[in-house]
Design a protein around this ligand. Structure first.
Ligand code: NAD
Length: 490
């Protein structure tokens, strides 16, 4: 007996589309290896169609009363909340992360839509003193068609939250989700038809080098925002400039330090070292504090206790409410994680916890790797320098403040950083000196709504999740009015 899998269409101009080439990508459940659905491998023609639909929808969407736009975005948030369970289960089967986290992701997506809906009236220009008989003011105007390219690790959360600012600012959007996790974005496209006018929000699926590249290169897209790896981000920046001038922002990778001082509350710091690694997404999070830098006086005990904590995390079916850590999204990502575990061993780091796949009834067919801790990692080694984007934490000791900050800053990335200490002078000094866009003192992982997130160095360009993101979806126009009839010389 042959079983047919469902085909999920793209959403272009309010219509379902299976793509012009009739080619499909299979969505696979990382926890079971089962193919669960297929969706179109969109190409340049599909991107053209989506951009054309978004361009047609732009005049209407950009001109409606801003408060009406806000109401529509709030309605979309309501729809997401009503369907949160279904959306979360789609992500669980498509991405492999545990249900508790994926449910929360759905709510975060809705919350971001509400946040930007609420900010619409803050998109203000300025007036500039110019003397009697003259008026100079600025306007913030949307770019037109915005492209958003998103990664696999928070499929629905990114699909929903990353359309919020561009839509609130009056742009229309074409989004391309990861080829590994497209199902929930496609479902969002379907649900959004209930409230968004046709063409305002378009979902094109496909491979990065094909649909993604066509979006980056499209001359009618003047604003492009990318979330993904640093290598892809740099390639996109180059490629975008080949075709036209575009405003490009990039949210890229991280290899983030968590520094622990002996005066901190050690139990809280141990919890934070676990939480900060985002094992609940199998470590697949850009903000993960994947370098643990502990003062030499407490290092040995801290590492031993942390290893025991990681051993207690439950690997299991992502659909179970009791699972702490689920399955790795793709075979390529799994191979990468396992290859870095070999690198750690080869470089002489000491394996304290994990380091193996999970072999247990019901999980054998899936891609499960135990939360892994390496200690005594050389700060200059590959294990300490390269982003793994998996459940592998590298621990190393430090001598004094200068040593801690030297180690913290000696990577190409600069996304997040965290310090645990009761010494406020030290904490503020670290916050000032560390090369990172988002710093926690005695905390990790938390994204406080309305605060700017983004990276220094090779971690990116631009900031998101605050008003700066909203403003970045507008371009400024200056208007000079001479209403007094004066000549230039007066
Ligand atoms: P990736 O760079 O492989 O892919 C991201 C997206 O880009 C996908 O949709 C992919 O199809 C597309 N893409 C790939 N090549 C392209 C090309 N040449 N042109 C246009 N699009 C292309 O990243 P990934 O593996 O999906 O995600 C993991 C990475 O994302 C990690 O490095 C992680 O740190 C980063 N990330 C950063 C943030 C942040 O906010 N800074 C958040 C989440 C993930």
């Amino acid at each position: 007996m042959t079983t047919t899998i469902p085909t999920l269409p793209m959403h272009i101009g309010g219509e379902d589309s299976v793509g012009s080439a009739g080619r499909f990508i299979e969505a696979e459940n990382p926890a079971t290896g089962e193919v669960i659905a297929q969706f179109p491998a969109g190409n340049a023609d599909d991107v053209d169609a989506a951009v054309a639909a978004a361009r047609d929808a732009f005049p209407g969407w950009s001109r409606i009363d801003p408060m009406q736009r806000a109401r529509i975005l709030n309605q979309l948030a309501d729809i997401i909340v009503e369907n949160a369970d279904e959306l979360a289960h789609l992500d669980v089967t498509d991405n492999g992360s545990p249900i508790r986290e994926m449910r929360n992701d759905a709510f975060v997506g809705a919350a971001q839509l509400r946040y930007y809906a609420g900010l619409i009236l803050q998109l203000r220009g300025h007036t500039v003193p110019t003397g009697q008989g003259r008026l100079n003011y600025s306007l913030r105007q949307p770019w037109g068609v915005v492209a958003r390219i998103i990664p696999f690790n928070h499929p629905f959360m990114f699909a929903a939250s990353k359309i919020a600012a561009p839509l609130a600012a009056g742009n229309t959007v074409v989004i391309k989700p990861s080829e590994f996790t497209s199902l929930s974005a496609l479902r969002l496209g379907e649900l959004a038809k209930e409230v968004l006018p046709d063409g305002v929000f378009n979902v094109v699926t496909g491979y990065g080098h094909e649909a993604g590249d066509a979006l980056v290169a499209h001359p009618d897209i003047r604003r492009l925002a990318f979330i993904g790896s640093a290598a892809t981000g740099r390639a996109i920046l180059r490629r975008a400039a080949e075709v036209s001038v575009k405003h490009v922002t990039l949210e890229l990778g991280g290899k983030n330090p968590l520094v622990v001082y002996p005066d901190s509350d050690i139990d809280i710091a141990l919890d934070a070292a676990t939480r900060g690694m985002n094992f609940t997404w199998q470590g697949q999070s850009c903000g993960s504090t994947s370098r643990l830098i502990v003062h030499k006086d407490i290092y040995a005990e801290f590492v031993d206790r942390l290893g025991a904590k990681l051993d207690d995390l439950t690997s299991g079916s992502p659909a179970s409410e009791d699972t702490d850590t689920g399955a790795i999204v793709s075979q390529a990502q799994m191979d990468k994680v396992l290859s870095y575990i070999d690198v750690g061993r080869d470089e002489g780091a000491r394996l304290v916890a994990g380091g193996s796949c999970v072999s247990a009834d019901g999980l054998d067919a899936g891609r499960f790797v135990r939360p892994t801790l390496f200690a005594d990692v050389d700060p200059a080694s590959r294990l300490a320098q390269e982003e793994i984007f998996g459940p592998v934490l590298a621990a190393m000791p430090f001598e004094d403040y200068d040593d801690a900050i030297r180690i913290a800053n000696m990577v190409e990335y600069g996304l997040t950083a965290s310090i645990f200490t009761r010494d406020l002078d030290l904490a503020h000094r670290f916050a000032h000196d560390v090369e990172a866009g988002y710093v926690w003192v005695n905390d990790v992982s938390r994204h406080t709504p309305g605060t700017a997130f983004g990276g220094f160095k090779n971690s990116g360009l631009g900031r998101e999740e605050d008003i700066e993101e909203l403003e970045s979806y507008t371009q400024s126009k200056n208007v000079h009015v001479n209403f007094g009839g004066q000549r230039r010389s007066e």
